[in-house]
Design a protein around this ligand. Sequence first.
Ligand code: PEP
Ligand code: MG
Length: 897
Amino acid sequence: MPKKWVYLFDEVDLAEKRAKNWEGVRALLGGKGANLAEMTRIGVPVPPGFTITTEACNAYLAGGGKFPEGMWTQTLKALRAVEEKAGKRFGDPKNPLLVSCRSGAKFSMPGMMDTVLNIGLNDTTAEGMIRLTSDPRFVFDAYRRLVQMFGSVVMGVADEAFEEVLAGYRRRAGVSSDSDLTADDFKAITAEFQKIVRQQAKQNFPTDPMEQLSLAIEAVFKSWNGKRAIDYRNAAGIAHDLGTAVNIVTMVFGNMGKDSATGVAMTRNATTGEKEIEGDFLTNAQGEDVVAGIRTTRPIEDLGKELPKAYGQFERVARRLEKHYRNMQDVEFTIERGKLWMLQTRDGKRTAQAEVRIAVDMAEEGMITKREAVIRVKPEQVDFYLHPQFDPLARKRAEKIAAGLNVSPGAAVGMIAFDADTAEKWAKEQKRQVIMVRPETKPDDVHGMLAANGILTSKGGRTSHAALVARQFGKPAVVGVAALDIDLETRKMQVNGRALQEGEWISIDGTTGEVFAGQVPTIQPDVSDPYLIKLLSWADKFRRLEVWANADYPRDAERARRFGAQGIGLCRTEHMFFETERLPHVQKMILAKTEEEREEALKKLLPFQRADFEGLFRAMDGLPVIIRLIDPPMHEFLPAHDTLLQEVTELRITRRDKAELESKERMLAAVESMREANPMLGLRGVRLGIHIPELTKMQVRAIFEAACRCAKEGVDVHPEVMIPLTAHVNELKIQQTALEEVGRQVMKEQGIDVDYKFGTMIEIPRAALTADEIAEYAQFFSFGTNDLTQTTYGISRDDAESGFLMEYLEKKILPENPFASIDESGVGKLMEMAVRLGRKTRPDLEVGICGEHGGDPKSVWFCHKIGLNYVSCSPFRVPIARLAAAQAALGEANLDK
Ligand code: PEP
Ligand code: MG
C-alpha cells in the first residue's frame, strides 16, 4: 500500500497515531495543517479541507519535481470527500467548489512561502457562480485574484504588472480602494490579467481546475526552497530539511457584501501582553488584503459594532482556542454572509514584554503552572527590559515629526535607508546605524530588516508583515504612519511638511509609535516591570545556582543588587587605578627607583582603594564580595610606546622644551625597559603580585581596613580576596601566605575579626589540571573563562574576533564563538575536571565563574550541570542569568537555537 500522503482535516487521529505525538503531527502536517485539523476535532468552525504532508514535499523535491507515488490519487480522493462535505463539486459549472492552496511548515514563516486562492475558477465556473450568487462583481473580483496570484506565484509573472492595471482602473474610476470598482471593471481586469500572463509567461493561464490545483501544489512545494524562505530560515534558525505541507481548503469569502469580513487577530495584545483581543479587519474583502497592508484596516473592536453576532462568536472561539492551546493565539478568520469560519490558529508571536506578562497572567489564571511560566520565557527576552529607551529629557526637546502604530517596542536611531539591500549594505559593510523605511515590507525585505536598528512603514497594521517580523526579531518598529509619503524614485520622504532624504538621521520609538527627526540620545532603563519581577521571583524558587555580578564601583554593585545579584563575583581593582587623580600615583609606583619612592606612592593609593571597597561592602551588606588583586601588565598604566617615541622625536628635532624632553625621555626609557613581546602572557596576574609584593599587600590592607571599618559600623561584610592567573600551586603558596598575613595583621590592628576567604581564578589550563593541588591553598575558585578560553585555544581574543574567528564561524570550522558560549568539549572539560579535583581536596570549595560566559544562558546551563555554586555576570545580565539558572534546574532550557 502506498504511503499516506494526504490527511483530511478530520483525520487528525490517524496523523497522531502515525506521528506518535503532537510535535510529530506538526512536523508531518505543518503548523497550519495540524491546527486546522485540531480545530476541526474540537468543533471550531473550519471550512472542509485536507493537508498534503511535509513528507510529500520532501519526496517531491528529492525526486526532481515529481509527485511521489500515490499522492495525486489520494489528493483526488480527499477532494471528493471535501466536495461531499461542502455540497459542491470542483470544476462543476453549476455549483463549483473553489479551494485555496496554502503552504504551512512546522514552524511558522510568515509570508515566506506561497498561497493561491480561488482555485477552480475559469470562464465557465465563473458563469455558474454568477448564477448562484447573482453577484458578478464578487465573482470577477475572485477570478482576477486567482489569475493574479496564480500568475505571480505559479507562473513567475512580476506582481507590479498586475498592480499597475489595478491602479489604472482606480484612477480612471476616481476611487482609492479596489472594493469600489465595479463588476465590469473586474471582468475587464480579469481579461487584462490573463493577457499579462500570456505575454510574460508565454503560456496561457490554465483553465482546467485540476491543472490549476496540481500546479499550485507544485508551486508551494517549490517555494520551500525559494530564496526568501531560505534567508528566513537562516535568520530564524529553522532547519532546511523540514519541508512544507500544503493545505487545500474550501474557499469561504469575506468579500460577499457588507455582512462579510475577513481579519486577523491576536487573543491578547502582542505588544504589551494585556488581556484584550487585538487585530485588524476589513469588511467585504479577501484575507490577503488585510495581511498585505494594501488597504488600511480597521481595529477589531469596530467589528463588534458592525457584525455583533459574528463577533460574539469569534470572541468565544478565540477564548476557547487560547484555553485549548494554553497559549496566546494568532488567528485568521473570515465571515461569509454572517457565518464565522476560522482559517488558521497558531501560537502568536509577541514582544518580550508581552511574553512575560502573558506567562505570568496565564499562570495566575490557572491556565499554566508557574513552572511552565518560567520555562516559557527565553532568557534572552529578558534582555529587552535592559534595551535602550530614549532619554526622557532629550525626547521632550526632540523634533517629533509623526506618529504611527507602536508595534515592536524599544528605541532605535539610524540613517534612513529606503530598501532592504541598501539597509543591509550600509549596516554590514559600512557599519552605519540604519532605520529601514518602506511603504510596507514584504518577505523579500527580511535581510534589510534584520540589518537595521529599526523599521518604519507608512502602511500596514498591527499584524502586517513588518510588525510580525519586527516583533519576532526584537527590532523596534513603527508602522502605518499615514502621513509619511515615500518617494522611492527620488529617495526622499515627506512627513507633515518635513522633507528628509535617504541617509539622514531619524529616531523611532517602537514603544509609543513616535517618530523623531535626528538622533535622539538613548538611556538604559531599569528592571521595574511588575510582571518581570514576579516571573523572576518564581524563577528564584526553582534555581540552585546563585547569581552574582561583576561590579567595580558601588553604583554598579547597587544596580546589580537591585537586579537580584546575591554577591559580587569580580571587582577588577585595576579599573580604579585609571581614574585621573590616581593614575599619577600608579605611574610613580611603577617608575619608582627606590623602595621608599614606591612605598610613598602606594600610601597615596591606599585611601582611594579603601574608600572604593568600603562603598562596595556597604552596597553588598550581608553578601560576599570578591575583590581581585591587580591583573593587567604594568604597561597598561603608562603612555603608549609609539606615542611617546613620536613625541620625544619631535621634541628632539624642534628643541622646543628641554624640561619636557627630559621627562618624556625618562618615561620612554621606563616604558622600553618594561616592554614585553606578549604582555598578556607576560608579567601580569599573580606574577606581578610576586614581582612587586608591596602592591598587592597594599590592596589587601585596603580590603581588610575597609572591611573592619564597615564591620565596626555594623555592616555584615564577607570579603573574598582573589588572586588572578595562577598556573602553579607554588605561586599561590607564596602570594597567598604573604597576603593572609597582611589580613590577619590588619584585623589585629583594628581589633575586629571579619569573615574572609582567599582564593584564585582558574584561567590557565595548568591550574585546572592541577586543581587538587591548588585547592590546598585556595578556599574558592572562580573560572576566568575569558582567559581560560584564550589560553586553552591559544588564541588572542582581540585579534581573533576582529579577524579569523569570524571566518571560522562563517565556514563552520567552529560551531559557535567560544568567547560567547563556553566551549563545552574543550574549555568545559577543563572546568569540569577542576571542579572535581578541587572538591576532592576541599569538599566545601566554593566554585563560580566570572568570565563573560557567566551571563550567557547556554553557559549558565553548563555551569549548573557541572555543579558550580554561582555564576557572576555584568549587572545587566543578572535577570537573564536568574531565569536561565531556573530553567537549568528545571531541566528545560529555553535557548535560542
Ligand atoms: C577572565 O579572564 O575571564 C576574567 C574574568 O578576567 P579578565 O577578563 O579581567 O581577564
Ligand atoms: Mg582574566
